[in-house]
Write a protein that binds this ligand. Structure first.
Ligand code: NAD
Ligand code: GLY
Length: 350
């Protein structure tokens, strides 16, 4: 097992390894004073891992209640949010009790936002079961639900008490969902770590999961420690996301987040090459690696359509868009791009 310590406004550990679900009871007992644990999960994850988590918590002396919602992004909604709050109130969950978020990023984001707001904040533990949740959403305290007019528009920064990542859970992931998480893993290599990127180039989908997840969590830890509230360097984590969010929106979320981010990363890399910011060799390496992982590198929407949807990105500040641009593998910069230059930048990436 590897442990990454996160020292943000509150301090917690991310534990990464095989077989960790069986000891979740002891782990939760070590970080909370809870009597009741409320497990929140979705309809795909609960049948696979509900029993092992419940039994471990019961064996450690906790009373256990569970709330399971329909799997999928459409459940990260105000409706599920309010329903879950009511469930907690009916179960007499108190301020010292604890939520266990057992699932991918949808479960984690929704549970985290409920934990941030129920009784003005109760403890929660992230138990990521997708690669994306393991390397990104479970760490750093961003919690959110979606509105009909956009993703993650309501949320809070609220750090968990513990992140417990059992790498065995990744064995039941559909390949497609695993590949989505790989886009975020490749992103960390492009952003910060040429050695990680080389490992991914060499191993492809057979990369060493425990060490790669640990490295990504360390990189995310370093980023969120430096900029917990996303006003500076944390924005770099949005590499590929400005275009990616546009692609997701234009496809009415038929194209998954990971695939949209992959295509967005490829586009900004080609544009960076066009403007002489990134070498042809590094741009080709980014595109070839995305392809190696079965991820898309082309976009099926026109530059004009992408430009329009990129303008609705919530990270826009006035007439400036913060574009994250590769300069080399392991080195990216935040370029404050006036919206009137954005369309030309997007065109250059085609
Ligand atoms: P997800 O939670 O919808 O999971 C993807 C699918 O995999 C679902 O059908 C789920 O039921 C299933 N699944 C999960 N674990 C499984 C397992 N071990 N075995 C079999 N099936 C399993 O999606 P995701 O990709 O994990 O997360 C996407 C969400 O994360 C989005 O809502 C996005 O906005 C959010 N996100 C948040 C942050 C953050 O910092 N908070 C960062 C990135 C993404
Ligand atoms: N996933 C982006 C962030 O945590 O800032």
């Amino acid at each position: 097992m590897n442990i990454v310590k996160v020292n943000t406004s509150s301090h917690y550990e991310v534990k990464i390894g095989s077989g960790l679900l069986a000891s979740i009871g002891q782990e939760v007992a070590a970080v909370t004073k809870s009597k009741i644990t409320a497990i929140v999960s979705d309809t795909n994850v609960w049948p696979l891992y509900g029993d092992i988590v419940s039994n471990s918590l019961k064996n450690a002396g906790f009373a256990v209640v569970s709330y399971v919602f329909e799997a999928g992004e459409s459940s990260k909604s105000g409706t599920t949010y309010l329903d879950l709050l009511s469930f907690l109130a009916k179960e007499h969950i108190t301020r010292t009790d604890c939520i266990i978020a057992l699932g991918g990023g949808v479960v984690g984001d929704l549970s985290g936002f409920v934990a941030a707001t129920y009784l003005r904040g109760i403890p929660y533990v992230q138990v990521p079961t997708t690669l994306l949740a393991a390397v990104d959403s479970s760490v750093g305290g961003k919690t959110a639900i979606d509105l009909d007019c956009g993703k993650n528009l309501v949320g809070a920064f609220y750090q968990p008490k513990l992140v417990l990542c059992d790498t065995d859970t990744l064995n039941t992931l559909p390949k497609d969902v695993f590949q989505d998480g790989c886009a975020e893993v490749i992103k960390y290599g492009v952003l910060y770590d040429a050695a990680l990127f080389s490992h991914l180039q060499e191993k492809g989908l057979d990369f060493d999961r425990e060490s790669v997840i640990t490295r990504c969590v360390e990189l995310k830890r370093d980023t969120v420690t430096a900029d917990e509230f996303d006003t500076g360097c944390r924005m770099k984590l949005n590499l590929g996301h400005t275009i990616g969010h546009g692609i997701e929106l234009l496809s009415s979320y038929e194209i998954s987040h990971g695939k949209a981010v992959a295509a967005g990363m490829a586009l900004v890399s080609r544009a960076a090459q066009h403007y002489g910011l990134c070498s042809a060799e590094d741009t080709a390496a980014i595109i070839d690696t995305l392809t190696l992982f079965g991820l898309p590198t082309q976009v099926n929407y026109s530059p004009e359509m992408l430009y329009e949807s990129a303008l609705s990105d919530k990270k826009r500040a006035g007439n400036l868009v913060h574009l994250i641009v590769p300069r080399a593998i392991g080195n990216c910069e935040i370029r404050q791009t006036p919206t009137q230059e954005l369309e030309a930048f997007i065109k250059a990436g085609f």
